[in-house]
Design a protein around this ligand. Sequence first.
Ligand code: SAM
Length: 351
Amino acid sequence: MNHTVKTLIDKLEQNGVLNRDEFVRLIDSRTGEAAEYLFGKACKIRHAVYDHEVYMRGLIEFTNYCKNDCYYCGIRRSNREAERYRLTPGQILDCCAAGYGLGFRTFVLQGGEDPYYTDERMVEIIRAIKTQWPDCALTLSIGEKSRESYKLFREAGADRYLLRHETANAAHYEKLHPADLTLKNRKRCLHDLKEIGFQVGCGFMVGSPFQSTECIADDLLFIKELAPHMVGIGPFIAHHQTPFADEKPGTMELTLFLLAIIRLMLPCVLLPATTALGTIHPTGREKGILAGANVVMPNLSPTSVRKKYMLYDNKICTGDEAAECRMCMHRRMESIGYHLTVSRGDHRGTI
Ligand code: SAM
């Protein structure tokens, strides 16, 4: 193996971080052999903290209405072809009930930024879920809100919040979003969420249009600085009804390399092998686990709406019932020597 790459991986393992130039060099000079060396280290750390356990999160995609117009996203406001839907509180609770029966102890409510779901409505839903399933963790992923709104959600009982920062490079951020969305506000949200006491998750798309290696280095440095409990990364995949329709997808190979880097940076981090990774390769999620990830997020949304939550083309698991997804994931994890756990799957560190 190239001596410089090996030295950089060893240094990353020792210090938990590299400087910007070193990250760029490591990523740009990676080889298959270097990746194997890195995955070995990532797995060793992951096994020391989480053994062979894989945590599962039941994803409930409860609305695809969105007031935002992110250039990459299939449910962006300007996509007039998207067939919009909202789940009722009753339907959301039904998803949780089915999920609980299947062993899920974390529910993730994800949606577009839908003004119909006012703070009041969200608080009501959060309270209902936490009253009925007090032994479960509740994660929200509903975008940018005021500090006051986040406080209300936390007081109502929500435990975690996922808000990918998308890119930590301000110039790159502007190329992915219209002017009303700023990196400054995205970061403000993440800092507020953390201060309020949420377990927070940030993250980014791998191979998004205009992403350079320097952008990725900025992402990694931001992640180190924020020290989140969770990091969600997955390949960018084009959606045919967006301005990025013709852009090429991110690769599995780079996504796996970055998952392993993140495991070395934050040994206790909750790191999902995402649906997007499973979409670009039939065993992408298994490979993600073998590169250091320790979380999967099977879908609990009703099958009737699955195809409508299309963030990108060819998204997998849009036809399966929750029970099928659960069983399929069980088989996939067992096939690589890992086990799905019936537990809230909390972060096992102080950060
Ligand atoms: N509205 C909330 C938010 O902005 O955080 C949550 C929903 S949003 C659709 C969830 C994530 O999907 C985004 O953070 C983004 O990284 C990812 N995503 C959107 N379009 C994508 C695409 N074309 N390829 C891969 N991931 C995509």
